[in-house]
Design a protein around this ligand. Structure first.
Ligand SMILES: [Zn+2]
Length: 273
C-alpha cells in the first residue's frame, strides 16, 4: 500500500512535469473508485492551469486556478507521467492531459483510491478537516505528542497510527519508530514520559525522512512507458524480523498483534517501562 513516503515521492516526481501547464482534457474510463468520480469533473477542471502539487497526509492535491483535484492512491494506486499515449491497460482509470503533451495516468487495480475535485477551502473539506499535523513539519513536536498522550489508555502504537493525532504513520513506520526509540509498542500512551515522547517524535521524523530520501532514488521511474513507480523496498530494522536476532542486541525479535496488525519488537531494547 502506498504510504506517506511513496505519496511524497509521487508528488515530487509529478509536479515538475505538470506545473504551469493547462489541463487540456481529463479522460475518465472507469469512475468506480472509493467514491465515484463525478461525471462533471472533466469539465470542471478543463482549461485550468496547474499551480502546484502538494500533499496532505496521503492525499495528493493538484492546485488549479479555481479549485483543487484531490487524489488518493488507495491500496494499490499509482500515477505515472507519460510523454506519449500508450494504449491504456485494464486499470488505467483516468488520464489528465496537459497542453504540453504530458499525460498523467492514474492506475488503481483495487479501486480503493479517490479522484475528486473541490473549489471550497481545503481545510474545510470533509476528507481533510479532521487530520492531525504532518509528521515532518514543525507542528508535530514532542510537547504536542506528550500532551495528546495524557490520560490516554490506548496503546502508544495505536495512538501514533491515529490520523487525528498525526498523519502518515503507517504500520511499518510505527514498528520502526518504536524500535528505534526503545519504546514497548503496547505501553499505554498515558504512561509515556516526556523524554520518551521526545525520542519518539524524533524517530518518527527520522524514519519517514529516510524513506522519502530512499524513494528519491526511484524518481526516474515516474516517467516512461510501462515503468510503474517502485514502492520502494525499505531497509527495515524490526518489521518482518520476528524470530530473527535483534540488530542491536541479538535477542530474538517477538511478534504480537495490535488491532490485527503485526507488531515486531525486542523485549530487551523495548522494555515495558
Ligand atoms: Zn534488542
Amino acid at each position: 500500500m502506498p504510504e506517506l513516503p511513496e505519496v511524497e515521492t509521487t508528488r515530487r516526481g509529478v509536479e515538475p512535469h505538470i506545473q504551469d501547464h493547462h489541463i487540456s482534457r481529463i479522460v475518465v474510463r472507469d469512475k468506480r473508485l472509493r467514491w465515484p468520480i463525478p461525471d462533471e469533473l472533466p469539465q470542471w477542471a478543463q482549461d485550468q492551469r496547474v499551480l502546484s502539487v502538494t500533499r496532505r497526509s496521503k492525499y495528493l492535491l493538484i492546485h488549479l486556478d479555481r479549485g483543487t483535484l484531490i487524489i488518493h492512491l488507495g491500496m494499490s494506486g499509482n500515477l505515472r507521467v507519460l510523454m506519449d499515449d500508450p494504449t491504456p491497460t485494464k486499470h488505467d482509470h483516468v488520464d489528465i492531459e496537459l497542453d504540453n503533451g504530458t499525460r498523467l495516468r492514474f492506475n488503481d487495480p483495487r479501486r480503493f483510491g479517490a479522484f475528486l475535485y473541490t473549489e471550497k477551502p481545503l481545510a474545510e473539506h470533509e476528507l481533510l478537516k479532521h487530520l492531525g499535523p504532518e509528521p515532518l513539519t514543525e507542528d508535530f513536536t514532542s510537547d504536542y505528542l506528550f500532551l495528546r498522550t495524557r490520560k490516554r489508555k490506548t496503546k502508544i502504537k495505536t495512538l501514533i497510527m491515529d490520523a487525528k493525532i498525526v498523519v502518515g504513520v503507517g504500520n511499518i513506520y510505527a514498528n520502526e519508530a518504536l524500535f528505534m526509540s526503545g519504546i514497548y509498542p503496547h505501553k499505554l500512551a498515558g504512561k509515556i514520559t516526556k523524554a520518551q515522547a521526545q525520542r519518539l517524535v524524533e524517530c518518527i521524523k527520522a524514519v519517514l525522512a529516510a524513506a522519502i530520501e530512499q524513494g528519491g532514488t526511484t524518481l526516474k521511474d515516474f516517467v516512461g512507458g510501462d515503468g510503474k513507480p517502485g514502492y520502494f523496498a525499505q531497509s527495515l530494522n524490526v518489521y518482518g524480523r520476528a524470530g530473527l536476532p535483534c540488530l542491536k542486541c541479538e535477542t530474538i525479535i517477538k511478534e504480537m498483534r495490535t488491532n490485527n496488525r503485526s507488531t515486531c519488537y525486542c523485549r530487551q531494547c523495548q522494555p515495558n517501562r
